[in-house]
Ligand binder design. Structure first.
Ligand code: APR
Length: 310
């Protein structure tokens, strides 16, 4: 099994580390900056005897070694600075992602693409357009991260293990994300029975602003530990055919009443990528929020269509 990770920055290098150290696959790490991916890959290879895994990891600037990859994770691009929205990255990252997917498609045409570069739902749309792959094989990682943030905050609120918190965050990766309070449970107990409505509303607000809170603290970049953990869950579920149910940005074609838009919804991930889109029952408000989220993604895609030839 081989995974290519494009972008050897914070998210990409940490993804590569998690994938080899969890013994999921061999990794080829690519970056446009000469020596960066090769250097980090060599460093990670030298950690192998200490960590105790046998995975191969190499790095470079060329795409040739990506041949034969089952999965390609794309993290290349610029990250947010304080005060920036994810959409502010569109012009730069849209062009970067287009060039990368062209190169990936030439050497690994069948590989499943997991997009991480922001603005997530739009870069995933670009990846599908450029690669021509079916929707089962092109997806964006956002919901796994947003859901992990929601679960972590609920765990902090109740001083309990976040592992025992189950929850689901749908929608676009941005201000329009849709945390589903009604589906959140702790050890099977609905959180609505454990947390007062005003506190829960505050947790949802913090989840929605979870990325910006970290950008505000770090100032020079955006989150990478939890994003890379989200990617790793997806890669493991696909390569090991685990059938994990995770929210993933996927092209909807009528599901939830949404047409031709990438938006985060629960899917079953296994061999071949997206095995099933799970149409959970939503309240009227939640469905309206999901539709608003999809409308925002469509507007950003339209902005990209205007920008891309400039
Ligand atoms: N090809 C390959 N690599 C590229 C290219 C390109 N055309 N353009 C930029 N890169 C590389 C950079 O050299 C850098 O090493 O992408 C890497 C990005 O790393 P960071 O700046 O550390 O950004 P990171 O925090 O990893 O975030 C990457 O993920 O979560 C999203 O919003 C985030 O869009 C951003 C992306």
């Amino acid at each position: 099994m081989k995974v290519t990770v494009v972008g050897a920055g914070h998210v990409g290098a940490t993804c590569a580390q998690r994938i080899v150290e969890r013994d999921i696959a061999d990794v080829y790490l690519v970056d446009i900056v000469e020596g960066l991916a090769a250097g980090k890959a060599l460093d990670l290879a030298q950690a192998a005897p200490l960590i105790g895994h046998s995975r191969r990891i190499e790095g470079g600037t060329e795409y040739g070694p990506a041949e034969g990859s089952e999965v390609v994770v794309i993290t290349a691009g610029v990250a947010r600075k304080p005060g920036m929205s994810r959409d502010d990255l569109l012009a730069t990252n849209g062009k970067i992602v287009t060039a990368i997917v062209e190169q990936v498609s030439a050497v690994a045409p069948g590989a499943i693409i997991i997009m991480v570069t922001n603005p997530l739902d739009v870069t995933t749309h670009i990846a599908m357009q450029v690669s021509g792959l079916p929707r089962e094989r092109v997806m964006g990682m956002a919901g796994a991260l947003d859901t992990a943030r929601f679960r972590a905050f609920i765990g902090m609120e109740l001083s309990c293990s976040a592992r025992d918190v189950q929850a689901m965050v749908l929608g676009g990766h941005g201000d329009s994300m849709v945390p589903l309070a009604g589906y959140a449970t702790v050890g099977g107990v609905p959180v609505t029975q454990l947390i007062a409505p005003e506190r829960l509303a505050e947790i949802i607000r913090r989840t929605r602003d979870g990325g910006a809170e970290i950008v505000g603290l770090m100032k020079t970049g955006s989150a990478f530990y939890a994003p890379s953990a989200g990617v790793t869950e997806m890669v493991a579920s696909i390569l090991r055919d685990e059938g994990r149910v995770l929210p993933v940005s996927v092209l909807l074609q009528g599901e939830f009443g949404i047409e031709d838009t990438f938006v985060g919804v629960p899917v079953k991930l296994g061999a071949g990528g997206v095995n099933e889109i799970i149409e959970v029952e939503l309240s009227e408000d939640e469905l309206a929020a999901l539709h608003a989220s999809a409308a925002h993604v469509r507007e950003t895609v339209a902005a990209w269509e205007r920008l891309k030839d400039e």
